[in-house]
Design a protein around this ligand. Structure first.
Ligand code: ZN
Length: 250
């Protein structure tokens, strides 16, 4: 049951018939791991905490730099040189009393994945490097945990949902096999604008809320955003039988 305070606070979400009381309770019970608390993880964690997600785990080993501030909107100049996960956890805890936030102030590795994934309902990949993306994808497939991937560089963003609970779901490796070397562009090499990250992170938060509340989140779709042309393009992805992560011979 929701408390009277919760009924009031989340009333505009509860009145949506695709969310309702049950959806709000599901959000309160949900545990979400956000990997990377930079330009995507900042807005995504704010929206999930604000929506009433009960538990957030934030993983990031990086410290805050001056050049992060135009897009990592939870941080200020006072936070420079502090760890990103610790700082975001502290701020979210102050702002959203209903949300339990735990910081993992380390780069995610196999051991951390194997410890945290069995405890969570969902993972958001808000990281900025290909090695971490492959690691999270593999771990989510192994532990059968849904994964919402987001990425952005320049004016462009991409977003996709991988749901290893569904046998037909393609994984990140199906799309970008390690042997073909996925492009490892990042905002340090080509730049980025904050609102592009906000759009992708908003999509990730929306997909996460849909998954948690039992609504359909579209798998096997690569969604690309072109911020200059103001356009989304949607491509169908297919699970690859020969994928070494999710395929038949894994
Ligand atoms: Zn795959």
């Amino acid at each position: 049951m929701l408390t009277t305070q919760e009924q009031l606070k989340y009333s505009r979400q509860i009145m949506l018939n695709k969310i309702g009381q049950q959806g709000q309770i599901a959000l309160r019970n949900a545990k979400v791991l956000i990997v990377g608390v930079g330009g995507l993880g900042n807005p995504a964690s704010l929206y999930l905490a604000a929506a009433g997600v009960g538990t957030l785990y934030l993983a990031d080993g990086d410290t805050i730099e001056l050049s992060n501030l135009p897009r990592q909107i939870q941080f200020s100049e006072r936070d420079i040189n502090q760890n990103k996960a610790d700082t975001a956890a502290e701020k979210l805890t102050q702002q959203f009393h209903d949300c339990h936030v735990e910081a993992i102030d380390d780069m995610l590795d196999q051991e951390l994945c194997d410890y945290y994934l069995p405890q969570v309902d969902l993972v958001l990949d808000c990281s900025d490097n290909i090695a971490t993306r492959y690691l999270i994808n593999q771990a989510c497939v192994t532990h059968k945990v849904p994964l919402v991937v987001g990425a952005a560089t320049g004016f462009d963003g991409q977003q996709m949902v991988i749901d290893p609970r569904d046998d037909n779901s393609a994984c990140y490796h199906c799309l970008f096999p390690a042997s073909k070397k996925a492009p490892d562009n990042n905002c340090q090499t080509i730049g980025i604008l904050g609102p592009v990250l906000a759009i992708v992170a908003g999509m990730q938060a929306l997909q996460a809320i849909k998954l948690i509340t039992g609504n359909k989140a579209q798998i096997n779709k690569l969604n690309l955003f072109d911020g200059l042309a103001n356009q989304w393009q949607h491509f169908t992805m297919k699970k690859q039988k020969e994928c070494t992560v999710c395929g038949e011979n894994k």
